[in-house]
Design a protein around this ligand. Structure first.
Ligand SMILES: NC(=O)c1ccc[n+]([C@@H]2O[C@H](COP(=O)([O-])OP(=O)(O)OC[C@H]3O[C@@H](n4cnc5c(N)ncnc54)[C@H](O)[C@@H]3O)[C@@H](O)[C@H]2O)c1
Length: 366
């Protein structure tokens, strides 16, 4: 059964989100591009627990250390998805693709690289799978594709018109992979809501995690425009299990299908109140401050019914539970850990960009 125990073993322990008790084909080799990232470091151990063999292919932008807990149980191919070594696909039974730039700021930072990774490399890997007879391809897309639609609850068949670099590249990847269904690829698209919760490769640039970090570090949560904007969210463990469910479902149920992966839609203001209340219970003061809206705000809601009605999968872990779990894990973390630039994708990318010429010059004289 799926382990949903909080770190102190409370309440959610016996719940299942609908992930099948056992893998239908344990022993299969799953290629996980981007498996060293935030979601990957939670997904991979869950795949291993179900008896899969796992090959992670990753540029290791955030290092190898977060994989320490399972590094000796996987194959690691240190490579770029834009240039996948031929033999990385040898013996592979299916793919769960998480690789690429994973938010708006990093995509806008280098739109060309973003297009190569999130759009073209996604398609190229799909084509390589078709050539090799690898059928299952689960693609990590995003609910941010719905941003910009009129207010309302958006389902998978909404007429989306993505504009930003990140969403446009994800949509391209979706469309090309869906076209490959006619050539035998069992494409399953998962549009994940914004993810929350703890991972060995932590990200504090995702709204709930950011609020928890800000509450601990600053004792203050800032609400742009009052924080009335809506956002679809999902816990990282549910997100990982939804990927496994999509990987394991019978082909006729999922091929060519898109699923939103969302626990609930929340207003940002509500998230701040949940985090503030949870931190106050620890005896620490937290204030909320309203400030003018940002120039660009994301505001959208997504339906989550299709995943449960089609596959019986219901994301279970609420923000309240995840915040409690996060506080257990990081409540006493020191400032350096919470402000590590690697936990903020855009900050880390900017830093890498800044130091690269220095490193290049340095290595040239050695
Ligand atoms: N985290 C979220 O809230 C969220 C929401 C919706 C969709 N997604 C999608 O899920 C996937 C994983 O997200 P995440 O939060 O784990 O992101 P992440 O940034 O933590 O992980 C991405 C991983 O991909 C690797 N990578 C990046 N570019 C690469 C390249 N060119 N070649 C090889 N490896 C490369 C990185 O080293 C990293 O390990 C992404 O595709 C993202 O767009 C994430």
């Amino acid at each position: 059964m799926t382990d949903f125990s909080l770190s102190d073993g409370r309440s959610a322990a016996q719940r299942s989100n609908g992930l099948w008790p056992e893998a239908p084909h344990p022993g299969q080799l799953v290629l996980v591009p981007g498996g060293a990232g935030y979601i990957g470091c939670v997904l991979v151990p869950r795949l291993l627990d179900r008896g899969y063999r796992v090959r992670v292919l990753d540029r290791l932008y955030f290092g190898e250390e977060p994989m320490a807990g399972f590094r000796d149980q996987i194959e690691l191919v240190v490579a770029d998805v834009r240039d996948i070594p031929e033999d990385a696909l040898d013996g592979v039974d299916g793919v769960i693709n998480l690789a690429g730039l994973s938010n708006d700021p990093t995509a806008e930072f280098n739109p060309d690289a973003n297009w190569q990774m999130n759009a073209l490399a996604t398609e190229a890997l799909g084509r390589a799978c078709v050539q090799r007879g690898i059928e299952r391809y689960v693609f990590a897309s995003s609910c941010s594709l719905y941003d910009g639609l009129p207010p309302g609850m958006h389902a998978e068949n909404a007429a989306i018109t993505p504009r930003a670099a990140y969403a446009t590249s994800k949509r391209y990847g979706e469309e090309r992979l869906l076209e490959l269904v006619d050539e035998g690829l069992c494409t399953v698209i998962l549009r994940n809501g914004t993810v929350y919760g703890w991972s060995p490769r932590m990200r504090y640039d995702l709204v709930v995690n950011t609020f928890v970090k800000d509450a601990l570090l600053a004792g203050k949560l800032v609400l742009h425009g009052g924080g009335w904007m809506w956002r679809p969210l999902v816990d990282i463990r549910d997100c990982a299990d939804a990927m496994i469910t999509a990987y394991e479902a019978p082909a006729e149920q999922v091929h060519g299908e898109i699923f939103n992966v969302v626990h609930s839609n929340y207003q940002i203001r509500e998230l701040a109140m949940i985090v503030a209340g949870s931190v106050q219970l620890m005896g620490r003061a937290v204030t909320l401050e309203e400030v003018p809206p940002l120039e660009l705000t994301r505001d959208y809601e997504c339906a989550n019914a299709k995943l449960s009605t089609t596959l019986g999968f219901i994301p279970r872990c609420s923000v309240l539970e995840a915040v409690s779990d996060l506080l257990e894990r990081i409540g006493s973390a020191d400032r350096a850990q919470l402000t590590d630039p690697r936990a903020y994708n855009i900050r880390w990318l900017e830093l890498l960009h800044e130091v690269k010429p220095v490193l290049d010059a340095f290595s040239a004289v050695l």
